[in-house]
Design a protein around this ligand. Sequence first.
Ligand SMILES: C[S@@+](CC[C@H](N)C(=O)[O-])C[C@H]1O[C@@H](n2cnc3c(N)ncnc32)[C@H](O)[C@@H]1O
Length: 211
Amino acid sequence: MNFSQKKIYEYCEAHTSPVSKVLRKLERETHLKTLAPQMASGAFQGKLLELLVRMSQPKVVLEIGTFTGYSSICIGTALAEDAVLHTIEANRELQAIIQEHIKVAKLDHKITTHVGDALEIIPTLDLMYDMVFIDAGKRDYERYFDLVIDRLRPNGIILADNVLWSGKVVDKKKDNDTRIIDQFNKKVNEDPRVENITLPIRDGLTIAVRK
Ligand SMILES: C[S@@+](CC[C@H](N)C(=O)[O-])C[C@H]1O[C@@H](n2cnc3c(N)ncnc32)[C@H](O)[C@@H]1O
């Protein structure tokens, strides 16, 4: 590819529907109040999540890794009135910012927040999912996948973020975290239960659809 990737991204962002007032406020507060604001999905990926939800109309969505709630609001905004999002966050200190913005976005009736370790919480949720967004501890991606794959309805979607790990997955010599992500990507790709695509969007996004 001989075009500037940065310029292409800027062009794509400029030709993507704008984000809501509440998401702009949440982005500002995420920068002010957290140490790693880049963890939030942001406008571009957030819009993709929103549109995927609009297109597939899931009734039950699970999000693993809420952070400040940016992606939860993107997903929640596009959910039908009778659909629900369960989102899990281990860091209790983020609850205030999450709850405030879910309320301002008027999504409290659609979003249930869970505080604690997703690996412990997921087995207690007796639910079948139409969509799962995996975006918590990268070292546990394979375990999250194993916990949800048989709870996904046919044509249900698993999304997984950061699967290119800043592009390091293509390095010949991989550090430990990169090897773990690479192993996850191979696992998904070899799993006969899903049809999948790895998209070079932002830090890499996997879409895997249950057969
Ligand atoms: C990349 S951020 C999530 C970003 C969010 N989904 C978004 O797009 O705006 C990852 C979050 O997962 C949380 N996390 C990490 N391990 C977890 C676990 N085992 N259970 C629940 N949350 C976890 C972290 O505290 C962090 O807030």
